[in-house]
Write a protein that binds this ligand. Structure first.
Ligand code: HEM
Length: 150
């Protein structure tokens, strides 16, 4: 059995290798992910359906965009930089699967325009997987369909 200190040592030595292997395989790096995030959210903010949902909740966009770059660095390159709670951030949003499809359509287009082909395929696959799990979280937080037994 490994103790926590040993786990940390393993993580510290393995993570940079995973990150550089992912960078080699996908052609992605932090600069491309930064451009992807900034372009994508510029489009989302201008979107007639998604824009108002974001604008009603995000007062200061600079920290949100920074957090999203860190998030994509963790997801796509396994850098371990993001420490947050995306499920909680979405569970109460007024959205259904059509909103996620719209989000994904914009993300796919921006990724294809911004990333090398392998990188675009990689971030799109990650986004599709995460969108499905966020959608499940939204559905489970929705109104209860089982009647009260009181
Ligand atoms: C219907 C589509 C979506 C909408 C309307 C939406 C909206 C939002 C909003 C309003 C916030 C800010 C929450 C707050 O600060 O109070 C947020 C945060 C965030 N979103 Fe989304 N989102 C959507 C889909 C996604 C997807 C598909 C992903 C991932 C691939 C994602 C990843 C994140 C992350 C990582 C945060 C930051 C959470 C944190 O650490 O605070 N979102 N989103």
């Amino acid at each position: 059995m490994q103790d926590a200190a040993e786990d940390r040592t393993v993580e510290q030595s393995v993570r940079p290798k995973m990150t550089s292997a992912l960078m080699d395989r996908t052609g992605l790096d932090e600069g491309i992910l930064t451009t992807l995030v900034y372009r994508f959210y510029a489009r989302v903010r201008a979107d007639a359906v998604l824009g108002p949902i974001f604008e009603a909740r995000i007062v200061d966009w600079a920290p949100h965009l920074d957090r999203m770059v860190v998030f994509w660095s963790s997801v796509a390159l396994m850098t371990g930089r993001y420490h947050g709670a995306p499920v909680q951030a979405h569970a109460e949003l007024p959205v259904d699967w059509e909103h996620f499809e719209r989000w994904l359509a914009r993300f796919r287009k921006t990724a294809a325009e911004t990333c090398p082909p392998e990188g675009a395929a990689h971030v799109i696959a990650c986004a599709e997987r995460i969108a499905r799990s966020l959608h499940m979280a939204v559905e489970s937080a929705g109104p209860r369909t089982v009647p009260s037994l009181k």
